[in-house]
Design a protein. Sequence first.
Length: 211
Amino acid sequence: MKNFLKVDGRIRCKPSDLGVSAPVLRVNKVFNYEMVEKFSDDFNSALEKNPKIIPIVIDSYGGEVYCLLEMISLIKSSPVPVATICNGKAMSCGALLFMFGTNGLRFMSEQATIMLHEVSSGSYGKVEEVKANANETDRLNKMLFEMVAKHIGLPENYFLELLHKQNHAEIFMDAKAAKKQKICNHIGVPELITEVNVEYKFSLNKKEIII
């Protein structure tokens, strides 16, 4: 995603001296607790800039589901819309994070790929421990795909049934297929424009006088 800075010509300094940076988050590593901590810090820093929108650029193969859930919680708690942008790939956890972008603000480039699959896990130990792990994996799988289906306005079991029809195999989609499934809203990568302007106001006793 390209960032542009437009500065009012009356401002006599270099754009680099303004200290204005666009609140863009990038998710381009494996989903783990270190990455989640950075994501949380970046997200809160972005909110401090009082933006009208927070863009998240995703290019990831995925990772740990519990880390994904923490990131989804942050997005759902955002007081401003969150745009998700996929330039290259959004797979597994990356795909689900992408899908939790605000409706109408999910973007994919023509060359991008989405990949969905069921939640997976590996376990060892006593029989009952393996069963407990399997039950938790089923719970997470059902919860996540029902959540995301509801978020984008589809029937609750939509993605669970879609994966079942694919014999529970991985599903790869290009931008056109993803748009057809309502996973993305726009094919193309948006531009983020930051404007710095000079504004004059007229006031008396700290009360603005409307001209």
